[in-house]
Design a protein around this ligand. Sequence first.
Ligand code: SF4
Length: 335
Amino acid sequence: MPREIVGKGLRLSLRHAPCAHICRYCLITETRKGSSLPFARFEQLVHRFHDWKAAERRDDLDIGVFVGPSFDYDLEILKGVARLRARRGGKFQILNLGGLRIRQGDALATWLEERRAAGIIGLHTSLAGYGEVHDRWNGRRGDFDYQTAILRLGGERGMVRHERLFVTQNALPHFERLLDVLDGIPGEVRNRYATLFFYAGLATRYEAERITEEIRDALPERIAALRHGKFQDWRSEREWIPIMMQTADKPRKLVLKLDVNESNIDRLEKSSCEAIFAERERAYRESYRAIPSLAELCTRYGDPTSRKVYMMSRDVEGRWLDLHARETGVKAPLD
Ligand code: SF4
């Protein structure tokens, strides 16, 4: 029996701002592919989904957006993204620095000032190690210095920051040095957390860099203390398996993804939100039809001796689905 799929939300995405990084751990493929779809049409479609959710009292549904893959938006788009965030009851105040084009000197300072004036109060950086190690992971020489230079400029202007720090085997030897550098940057660190690579996208090629239980349990206190927030349960495959099996017969609840672009916008604009959501759910169910149940995947591909550490059970399942695809030629389902 294939696993039952239930959509718990919809994430509409627009590839509006191509990315200037080529991160080796990127979850998104084709980061340079942009869409020519005007943002206004995308925004209107998303507002329609929010209106539908409110009218139908679908409080159980989460409507989200991804406008990316980088946040290198012009000011009009930035305001549009803020309007969409407001529909979810949030504020768009933190700008992600991932994939920004290089700007220098006055051009960089002006860019930052304009964003502050538009309501951005802080910056988010993702760093995969210190110095050249980060540059290599992110595919751009000098990127570590660029990221920290922008954080410094922001800090000097009173902007807060969020820091996501990847823990990999090759980042660990200089991790404390990385923390020293970050501690030396002015400004309030509102959120600093350690993270692992998800098992997805390009990152699936770097399982050798994944830390093990032994490394996890021996992390220096300064690094271990950064494990908090949504993905703080760092468990090895052998630790995840019994947890996953407790709910293996339950439907998988997923946020369905919908890529909006110039080729499907006319059709989407003419369809009801209900029909679009039902169609996505059907497509996801169809993609799972040839996939064995979670228990069977586990029997075939699970490794109860593996001490490699993952942040989500879905990472472990993703590994099994890849092994299944390799063995049978059946494509991994939509995710
Ligand atoms: S910045 Fe983000 S979208 Fe761009 S390559 Fe890196 S991980 Fe991928």
